[in-house]
Write a new protein. Structure first.
Length: 294
């Protein structure tokens, strides 16, 4: 992988070694043990192609450094990739994202992997941007969850950032999030928060607790919760909860989750929450249709 590609990945918050693992798995899935037997049979060994990565629908691009890493790893200096878009850019139908000149067999071997990665990450960025646009004009931000594809979490969370969203914790070690099952197992909201204080007395990680109703909210605030996740609250309930928190504990961070939809996003943001937790931007984002045209 070229030094410039590694630098671009690091600038995107991605570990080049981890990205390389994804690429190697993807190449192995496609080529198997015998390689691209169709291209070997139909394309001359010395044939070359000049092709374009083209967006077939409007959206937001994400994954350009990853595309460069695929090209570097599989084609090396035999290929010339020219990016024509930057991650986070809005795309129009028919827009050329990049051009590539390379060995025909080599390019055909990476076609599906490169399109799968670009389309998937751009689909997440596009879905995220739709939510970000929906809450525009409010202080609320769109935040992701751990509802990601196993092995692709860092890439998918990067795509969320490309779409204008922000990341919640990367993994279970990135912060304390006390959910309903934790509360039940601990014996209540107060007991759960007390156990957190005992386990993490230095307060060296973020702490958030999920509440299902106003009674649990009152208990969480009374026991010093620094961040609240309001789960499955109606808009009226959200407005009441936010008003109470702002009046009594204005330092507390408030996040809404559960039952959220794009159509409801603006009204939820208008209640004054700090974040909307949206798992769908990673687990249900449609792939952005991107093609490779020669």
């Amino acid at each position: 992988m070229r030094a410039a590609t590694k630098q671009a990945l690091r600038a995107a918050g991605l570990d080049p070694a981890d990205v390389l693992k994804v690429i190697r798995r993807g190449i192995a899935e496609d080529l198997g043990t015998a390689g691209d037997i169709t291209s070997t049979a139909t394309v001359a060994a010395d044939a070359r192609l000049t092709s374009r990565y083209v967006s077939r629908s409007p959206g937001v691009i994400a994954g350009m450094p990853v595309l460069a890493a695929v090209v570097d790893h599989q084609l090396g200096t035999d290929a010339t990739l020219t990016p024509l878009a930057t991650d986070g850019d809005r795309l129009t139908t028919g827009q050329t994202i990049a051009t590539i000149e390379a060995s025909a067999r080599g390019l055909l071997a990476i076609e599906r992997l490169s399109l799968n990665l670009l389309g998937h990450l751009s689909g997440i960025a596009t879905a995220t941007r739709a939510w970000v646009d929906a809450v525009a004009g409010t202080p609320a931000q769109i935040r992701d969850t751990r509802k990601t594809t196993p092995g692709l979490r860092d890439l998918e969370k990067y795509a969320v950032r490309c779409g204008g969203g922000v990341n919640h914790r990367r993994g279970l070690d990135g912060g304390v999030l006390v959910k309903d099952n934790h509360v039940s197992a601990a014996g209540g909201v107060a007991a759960a928060l007390e156990r957190v204080r005992e386990a993490r007395p230095a307060e060296d990680v973020p702490v958030q607790i999920e509440v299902d109703d106003m009674t649990e909210l009152f208990e969480a605030l009374a026991n010093g919760a620094p961040a609240i996740l309001l789960d499955n609250f109606s808009n009226d309930e959200l407005a009441d909860a936010v008003a109470f928190v702002r009046r009594t504990r204005p330092d507390v961070v408030i996040e809404a989750s559960g039952g959220l939809s794009l159509e409801r996003a603006a009204s939820v943001a208008a209640t004054g929450v700090d974040y909307l937790a949206v798992g769908g931007i990673t687990h249900s984002a449609p792939v952005l249709d991107i093609g490779l045209d020669s």
